[in-house]
Write a protein that binds this ligand. Structure first.
Ligand SMILES: Nc1ncnc2c1ncn2[C@@H]1O[C@H](COP(=O)(O)OP(=O)(O)O)[C@@H](O)[C@H]1O
Ligand SMILES: [Mg+2]
Length: 284
């Protein structure tokens, strides 16, 4: 049974909230990850309201084929789009690779304090985001150096794991997340491969609370800080990611996840490097 009621919208104090964007997610199978994420987004949204750094859904409605989630649209560009535009501008201006790297560092450096503020607001509200990447930050049209956090499909309450939804972005998957799945034998292909090699490493099992409990135990605010680092890596070293290196070397999710689990440390990619003072922040 579904009843519609009045939706109260608290207008945030950043500009651009006169525009609204609607995300429609189709329901193909109730266990489908994307569908679960859409429901999670509707569930956590009221608990994230009232921050001018976070852009959760402000209203949602069922449709005949799924769910429609509405959010304010503070600007048109995601952080990824901003860096693509920067790349184009550097190329048009004939900048060298070193000068282009300096421009990226300059832009990212101005964005980081605002991104940390958004994560601080989220964590103070008792939630972690778990899906940090350049596509999940949208910049405020009134201040292009002010990214705001969107897409709370994987958001999880710190205290009890409420809202935990299975899923991650493979290229950005935090090592602790994969290690927990692996230890529980949930990365099936790794298990199969080890069996073929004659290894008999004992695998754990899902804890009593299932996936929710596993994610609750394995992840925390530090996961979002890792993901902020991965987001910076993504925009400073386009086409590469921490642990994985050159993305074009990987043909699928398995290869990406194995690389994250098996690479002992970060390797800075070849080519122009950011200043040492920036690199030191990435140090493990
Ligand atoms: N509130 C918003 N304001 C501006 N752009 C948005 C907003 N929400 C989403 N977008 C744009 O749509 C893209 C996909 O939205 P997102 O909520 O991340 O969906 P998905 O669950 O498919 O990742 C984002 O990368 C961004 O470019
Ligand atoms: Mg997204």
């Amino acid at each position: 049974m579904f009843t519609r009621g009045l939706v109260r919208i608290e207008k945030p104090v950043f500009r651009g909230c006169e525009h609204v964007i609607v995300k429609h997610v189709m329901m193909t199978n109730p266990r489908d990850t994307r569908w679960r994420q859409a429901l999670n987004e509707a569930l956590v949204a009221p608990m994230l309201a009232g921050h001018n750094t976070l852009v959760p859904a402000i209203a949602w409605s069922h449709t005949n084929s799924g769910i429609a989630l509405a959010s304010f649209r503070p600007g048109d560009d995601s952080v990824r789009t901003c860096f693509c535009k920067l790349e184009d501008a550097c190329e048009a201006a004939g900048l060298s690779p070193e000068e282009t790297m300096a421009a990226r560092v300059h832009q990212a450096g101005a964005m980081v304090p605002n991104m940390l503020k958004a994560l601080h607001d989220l964590h103070s509200s008792g939630f972690i985001h778990r899906d940090g990447k350049a596509d999940n930050w949208v910049v405020d049209a009134a201040n292009p150096l002010r990214p705001l956090l969107i897409d709370f499909g994987l958001a999880q309450r710190i205290s009890d794991g409420l809202g935990a939804t299975n899923g991650y972005t493979p290229t950005h998957a935090p090592p602790e997340h994969l290690a927990a799945l692996d230890a529980a034998g949930l990365l099936e292909w790794r298990f199969d491969r080890e069996l073929k090699r004659g290894k008999t490493r004992e695998r754990g099992v899902l804890p009593v609370g299932g996936m929710t409990e596993l994610l609750h135990k394995a992840l925390g605010p530090a996961t979002d800080i890792y993901l902020l680092g991965a987001t910076l890596w993504e925009v400073l070293f386009p086409g590469t990611m921490p642990y994985i290196g050159d993305l074009s070397r990987h043909t699928g999710e398995r290869s990406v996840l194995d690389a994250i689990l098996e690479t002992p440390g970060l390797r800075f990619p070849p080519g122009p490097q950011p200043p040492e003072s920036v690199k030191v922040r990435f140090a493990p």
